[in-house]
Each structure stands twice: as C-alpha cells, then as structure tokens.
Design a protein around this ligand. Structure first.
Ligand code: ZN
Length: 135
C-alpha cells in the first residue's frame, strides 16, 4: 500500500447540496448556523451547477484543526441534506473521488477530468466568519 501522511492535507471542503426549494431553505439555515459557530470560509451559494457537482450547493472551506468540531456538527445537523467532505491535497481528482466521504445520499460527480491530478495545494483557509456562539 502506498501510504500518504496526514500532513498532505492542507485544508478541507464541505460541499452542502440542495435539490429543491425545501432543501435550499434548510441549507441556508445550516449556512447561517455554521457562520455563527465556526471560523470558516463560506463560499457563494451556487444555484446553478458548477464544477463537478450535480446539484446546487455552497462550499465551506475549513482548516485542519476545525475538523473535529465542524464535521461532527455537520453529522448531527445536516438536516437530511447531502454533504461531500473532501481533503485538499495536491491531488484534486483523488480528493474528490477517492479520499472523500459523504454524509447522506451520495451524489454523482461530473466533469471530473477537469480536476487536476497534481496541483498547487490550497493554503490555509482565511475565514470570512466570526463565531458568536458555541456549536
Ligand atoms: Zn471542494
């Protein structure tokens, strides 16, 4: 087995999907709660399909040290939505397809040939939220 050190992970993404108006409403409630509880980079809400994603979604970028608090929070509070969690390493394609995991329904990914096999890793996440309460 080719072993990869954990230090290869520079940050993580959570992609939070919504497939109809009811799910969009839940997704926006989750988005607000994440912003209140965690220092993360909340991405724009994409109502149209972007990148490899097959449902509207928004991205939450977070630093390695926030994994043990944010991911369990998402487990408990995903409101039935599908969430893709993936590490960011130099290998975007593997990050999305091989070393990722899903909460809820697994959705297909498309156009994955546009993901780079080996890219510059994303650096530390610069949060655009300031927590105001405990998770
Ligand atoms: Zn991502």
């Amino acid at each position: 087995m080719q072993e990869t050190p954990v230090s290869a992970i520079t940050s993580y993404h959570a992609h939070i999907y919504f497939r109809d108006d009811a799910e969009r409403k839940v997704a926006m409630e989750i988005r607000q709660a994440i912003g209140e509880c965690f220092a993360v980079a909340l991405g724009r809400v994409h109502d149209r399909l972007v990148g490899p994603h097959t449902a509207p979604m928004y991205q939450v970028a977070f630093n390695v040290e926030d994994f043990p608090s944010l991911v369990p929070w998402l487990m408990l509070n995903r409101g039935g939505l599908s969430i893709l969690l993936h590490p960011n390493t130099r290998f975007q394609k593997e990050d999305h397809l091989t070393t990722s995991f899903w909460l809820g329904d697994r959705l297909p990914l498309i156009n994955t040939d546009q993901l780079e096999d080996e890219a510059e890793p994303e650096g530390r996440v610069v949060p655009n939220t300031v927590p105001t309460r405990e998770a």
